[in-house]
Design a protein around this ligand. Structure first.
Ligand code: RB5
Length: 148
């Protein structure tokens, strides 16, 4: 599995911790930056990670900013991206199983590193359940295509 990661200045410490964590589990990482804590615009890094996921270069993406919210708003503008801000392990698992999210957004200013890494593990290890959830995602695809 290859995971694209990205952040702005508000999420750089967490993004770097997640990179180390994924590498320690022998998961391939594509680090899309940022690479220092200078103030930057989060959509720029969201675009890099979202494109890596949409193009299937990477299976999943993880975006960190101060709250995770700006990253999730921007990522969900991409056709084919299902991004969620998550702050607990139950939702992390559920958002793969039910929503088949392909981008996880985390807020470095909101949650601690230990919880964030548990969320990453719960999210990566869960699998989409399909069935009725596929029907619901198809309905969301219809919204995306303007067919409602
Ligand atoms: C940057 O100050 C902050 O706005 C950003 O990291 C993020 O929280 C936006 O949603």
């Amino acid at each position: 599995m290859k995971i694209a990661i990205g952040c702005d200045h508000g999420g750089i410490n967490l993004k770097n911790k997640i990179r180390q964590h994924l590498l320690s589990k022998n998961i391939e990482v594509q680090d899309c930056g940022a690479f220092n804590d200078a103030s930057v615009d989060y959509p720029e890094y969201c675009i890099k990670v979202s494109k890596a996921v949409v193009s299937k270069e990477c299976e999943l993406g993880i975006l960190c900013c101060g709250t995770g919210i700006g990253m999730s708003i921007a990522a969900n503008k991409f056709k084919g991206i299902r991004a969620a801000v998550v702050g607990d392990t139950f939702s992390a698992k559920a958002t793969r199983e039910h929503n088949n999210t392909n981008i996880l957004c985390l807020g470095e200013r909101v949650i601690g590193e230990g919880l964030a890494l548990d969320i990453v593990d719960a999210w990566i290890n869960a699998e989409f359940l399909g069935g009725r959830h596929s029907n619901r995602l198809a309905m969301i695809d219809n919204i995306e295509r303007g067919e409602v």
